[in-house]
Write a protein that binds this ligand. Structure first.
Ligand code: FES
Length: 118
C-alpha cells in the first residue's frame, strides 16, 4: 500500500466549491479539490499553459463565477471540472494533471504521495 496524506474531511469542502492543499508543506498549495455533491475531483495546481503557474488569483478561488469551470486567473483558461480538459483559452485541448482522491469510511479525503511527486 502506498503512503498517503490526509487532506481534510469531505464536509470541509462546501458543495460546488474548491479548496487548495499543501500536503507536502511547501508553503503554497500544490493541489486542489473540487466538490460536486458526493463527487470530488482533484488536480495539481499547475496550469498547462506555462507549466509552473498556479491557477487561482487568491486562496481557493479555482472556479469561475458560476462555479461551472475551473479557471486559470493568469490568462483566463477554462477547464472542465470532471475531466480537467481545457475547453477555452491559450491551452485549449490540454489538461490539468488529475490526482486520485481516496474517500475513507470516516469521510476523510486522502491522496497518495506518489501522485504528488510526479
Ligand atoms: S498560465 Fe494559465 S492560462 Fe496562461
Amino acid at each position: 500500500m502506498s503512503k498517503r496524506v490526509r487532506l481534510c474531511r469531505a464536509e470541509d469542502i462546501p458543495d460546488y466549491c474548491a479548496q487548495g492543499f499543501d500536503p507536502n508543506r511547501r508553503g503554497f498549495d500544490t493541489l486542489f479539490v473540487v466538490r460536486q455533491g458526493r463527487y470530488f475531483y482533484a488536480y495539481a495546481d499547475v496550469c498547462p499553459h506555462y507549466g509552473d503557474t498556479s491557477l487561482p488569483w487568491k486562496k481557493d478561488e479555482y472556479l469561475d463565477a458560476a462555479g461551472e469551470n475551473i479557471v486559470c486567473a493568469a490568462h483566463g483558461a477554462l477547464f472542465n471540472i470532471r475531466s480537467g480538459l481545457c475547453t477555452s483559452g491559450p491551452c485549449k485541448g490540454e489538461s490539468l494533471r488529475p490526482i486520485s482522491v481516496i474517500r475513507e469510511s470516516d469521510d476523510s479525503l486522502w491522496v497518495a504521495l506518489e501522485d504528488l511527486e510526479q
